[in-house]
Design a protein around this ligand. Structure first.
Ligand code: ZN
Length: 191
């Protein structure tokens, strides 16, 4: 739920929204949709993403369906505090690629009265919680879990199946390396 669609939007305070799910579930589309609606409402919006993600475009966040939005690349979440002073709405994509301090940064922004929207993977390729997203979910006011479609059976899918044997937690890629699967069809890698 986009908070702008709520009957009871928070007043005189900021808050944190998390949009999480597996790959191909539409997290970034949802972040872009919320940011665009805030811009239409004449709010000042700033979008950030971690440097690790070199897919498609350095200065834009781009969803797998190729919607895009201008964004600022940062090496560490602490840079966001310095770069978004004028923003009323702060968006963060690929939250799982930030360090643990993303949580305190988002808390500070929300405590300063900003609406903070973070999109990210809630599980890694093993199906394990992907820090710092679990910690962020715990302190967020609004949580949206986006589901993809299992490519094997067509069920709603919440897992990201890696199609290679690479065991690095971060392996950037898209449909060549990953696919969405449901709980039943997901095959966790052997430890
Ligand atoms: Zn399935």
């Amino acid at each position: 739920m986009d908070t702008s669609e709520l009957h009871n939007v928070p007043r005189n305070t900021g808050w944190i929204e998390v949009v999480c799910g597996c790959m191909f579930s539409g997290k970034t589309e949802e972040l872009i949709r919320r940011a665009r609606r805030a811009e239409i409402a004449k709010q000042r919006v700033a979008i950030f993403k971690p440097r690790i993600d070199n897919r498609y475009s350095a200065q834009h966040i781009v969803s797998h369906s190729e919607q895009s939005l201008t964004s600022t690349v940062v090496d560490d979440a602490s840079e966001i505090l310095l770069l978004c002073k004028d923003a009323q709405v702060v968006g963060v994509d690929e939250g799982q690629f930030f360090k643990a301090n993303l949580v305190e940064v988002c808390e500070k922004l929300a405590n300063d009265g900003k609406r903070v929207i973070v999109a990210g993977l809630d599980q890694d390729y093993r199906g394990k919680p992907f820090e710092p997203m679990p910690q962020l979910l715990a302190v967020a006011e609004y949580i949206t879990k986006t589901l993809a479609i299992c490519v094997v059976c067509g069920n709603p899918a919440d897992r990201t199946q890696r199609k290679t044997l690479n065991a690095d937690r971060v392996l950037v890629g898209a449909k060549d390396i990953y696919e969405a699967r449901c709980r039943h069809c997901f095959e966790p890698p052997s430890e």
